[in-house]
Design a protein. Structure first.
Length: 78
């Protein structure tokens, strides 16, 4: 999937979200979107990195401690 396809999926999802709100104003959208995207990103990268946090952190451009914190936040490690 190309970056353009991912962008289109996100745009379509956001348009659907606003439609579902039926005119109500949204709240906390930034945090909602970060959490919705971040968890599957971490899951897939960790899977492809064979659960190696150092490798996954390098691929993601994160410090290993930051990755560990995010994995804990999303309950992806104990």
């Amino acid at each position: 999937m190309s970056k353009k396809q991912i962008d289109e999926c996100i745009r379509d999802s956001l348009e659907g979200y606003f439609k579902d709100l039926g005119g109500s104003e949204p709240g906390g959208m930034y945090d909602m979107m970060v959490n919705v995207v971040e968890k599957p990103l971490l899951e897939v990268v960790m899977q492809h990195a064979d659960q190696n946090q150092s490798r996954a952190a390098e691929w993601l451009g994160l410090n290993r401690n930051t990755l560990r914190k995010k994995l804990l936040e999303h309950k992806l490690v104990k």
